[in-house]
Design a protein around this ligand. Structure first.
Ligand code: ZN
Length: 390
C-alpha cells in the first residue's frame, strides 16, 4: 500500500468494507444502466447507495434501476438537499415530550441504536405542536443525518464499515385503539419513505413490552411490511432485557430498558443523541477526510472549513466518495444532468455493459473451474475411501 496519502485514506479505510466481486460487477452494471437512460450522476451514485437498491430488489438490475431512479426523482421533488441545509425544526424539544424517541449510543457491533417509546406517543399533542408535513420533513432530515453523519462516525469509532442501525420500540400499552386514522396515516407515510428511499439501513428491530393488544395490532401491521423487513423484527414481551443486553452494552441502554444510562446531564436519554457522531475527535477526523476529498476533487487545496460548516459538509460525504463522472453542463440542484447527446452516451454505456457481460462470463467460468476442482477432489476422496473399505 502507498504511504503517501496518509490520514484521509486511513479514515476512508474505516468506511470501506472489502467489496464482494460479484456485487461490484452488479453495482457497476446498475451505474451503467442508469447512464443508458441519459442520466449522469454526480451525487448519490456511490457504491453503497447503489448496492442498497440492488439488495432491496434481490439484485434484479431492472427493478433496482427503477427503484433508484424513483428515489432520485423523489429527492428532487421533495427537495431533500434543501431540507438538510435549511429546514429548522424548532418544535424539537416539545416533540420529544409527546413523541419520546432518539438515537442513543451504539450496539456491541458499533451500529447506532434508535429508541422509541411508541407506547408513550401522544399523537393529539403532536398535532398541536407541529403538522404531519413538518414532522415528515424532520423524519427525512434525521434519516439523512444518519446516512451522512451517524454511520460514518460509527464506522470510524468501530473501525469497520457501519451502514445500518439497531432499533428498539417500546410498545407498552399499545393496542388496536391506538391505531386511529391519523396514526394509520402517519405510519403509512413513514413506512413509504423508509422502505422506498432508505432501503437496507435497518439491521434489526426489537419490539419490547408487547402485550396482547399489540399482538392483535401486529397481525394488521405485518401486512404492510415487506418480508425483508419482517425478518429483522423480533417481538418480545416483558422479559426482553437479557435479549437487549446480548446486543447492547448496559452503558448504552437507558435504565427504563434495563441498562444503566440516564443521560441526566441532557435531561434524559431521548434528548442526549449520544454516540460517536457527537465525539469531537471523530468530528475532527471526519472533517480532515472531507477536506482531503474536497482537495482531491477541486484539484487544489480548498480553504479549511470552519466548525459551523461541518454538518452541511457531512451531508456530502457519500456524494464525494465516488465521483467518476466528469462535471457536465445543466446540472440541477441534485447534481443530476440530462445529456443532450443521448446516442453517444448510449453507445458508451452499451460498450461498458458489454465489458461487464464479458467480466461476468469470465467470473462464471472461474466458478465452474472451481466446482470442477472440488468435484475432482471429492471423486479422489471417494475412491480412497472405497479403496480403504475393500
Ligand atoms: Zn442515556
Amino acid at each position: 500500500m502507498m504511504k503517501g496519502t496518509v490520514k484521509s485514506q486511513s479514515v476512508r479505510h474505516g468506511f470501506e468494507a472489502p467489496h464482494d466481486s460479484k456485487e461490484e460487477v452488479l453495482v457497476e452494471s446498475l451505474r451503467k444502466m442508469v447512464s443508458l437512460d441519459g442520466v449522469v450522476l454526480q451525487k448519490h451514485n456511490d457504491y453503497y447507495t447503489l448496492l442498497r437498491f440492488l439488495r432491496m430488489k434481490d439484485f434484479d438490475l431492472l427493478k433496482a434501476k427503477d427503484a433508484f431512479l424513483n428515489y432520485l426523482k423523489w429527492r428532487r421533488e421533495y427537495d431533500v438537499d434543501a431540507i438538510c441545509k435549511e429546514f429548522k425544526f424548532e418544535e424539537y424539544r416539545e416533540l420529544k415530550i409527546c413523541y419520546p424517541h432518539g438515537y442513543h449510543g451504539v450496539d456491541r457491533c458499533g451500529r447506532p441504536v434508535y429508541i422509541e417509546r411508541t407506547g408513550s406517543v401522544d399523537l393529539n399533542a403532536l398535532l398541536q405542536i407541529t403538522t404531519i408535513e413538518r414532522f415528515l420533513k424532520y423524519h427525512v432530515s434525521e434519516q439523512e443525518k444518519t446516512l451522512s453523519w451517524r454511520f460514518p462516525s460509527c464506522s470510524i469509532a468501530a473501525k469497520r464499515h457501519i451502514a445500518s442501525s439497531t432499533t428498539i420500540l417500546d410498545v407498552k400499552g399499545v393496542g388496536m385503539s391506538n391505531f386511529t386514522k391519523p396514526a394509520r396515516n402517519l405510519f403509512m407515510e413513514l413506512q413509504k419513505i423508509d422502505s422506498n428511499y432508505y432501503p437496507g439501513t435497518l439491521h434489526q428491530v426489537f419490539v419490547v413490552n408487547a402485550g396482547s393488544g399489540f399482538r392483535a395490532l401486529w397481525k394488521v401491521l405485518r401486512a404492510f411490511l415487506d418480508a425483508r423487513t419482517l425478518a429483522k423484527i423480533q417481538v418480545l414481551g416483558r422479559n426482553y432485557t437479557s435479549k437487549l443486553l446480548e446486543v447492547i452494552d448496559p452503558s448504552n441502554l437507558p435504565t427504563f430498558l434495563g441498562g444503566n444510562c440516564t443521560c441526566s446531564e441532557s435531561g434524559g436519554c431521548h434528548f442526549s443523541d449520544k454516540g460517536p457522531w457527537n465525539d469531537p475527535d471523530i468530528m475532527r477526523l471526519l472533517q480532515e477526510m472531507i477536506d482531503a476529498e474536497e482537495r482531491k476533487h477541486n484539484g487544489e487545496s480548498s480553504s479549511a472549513t470552519t466548525n459551523e460548516n461541518i454538518h452541511t459538509d457531512m451531508n456530502n460525504i457519500y456524494i464525494k466518495d465516488v465521483f467518476d463522472v466528469s462535471p457536465a453542463e445543466n446540472t440541477d440542484s441534485e447534481g443530476v444532468t440530462v445529456i443532450d447527446k443521448p446516442l453517444l452516451l448510449k453507445l458508451q454505456a452499451l460498450e461498458a455493459a458489454l465489458k461487464d457481460a464479458k467480466k461476468q462470463i469470465q467470473m462464471l467460468e472461474t466458478s465452474i473451474e472451481g466446482t470442477k476442482t472440488v468435484l475432482t477432489g471429492l471423486n479422489q476422496h471417494m475412491e480412497e475411501l472405497l479403496g480403504k473399505n475393500n
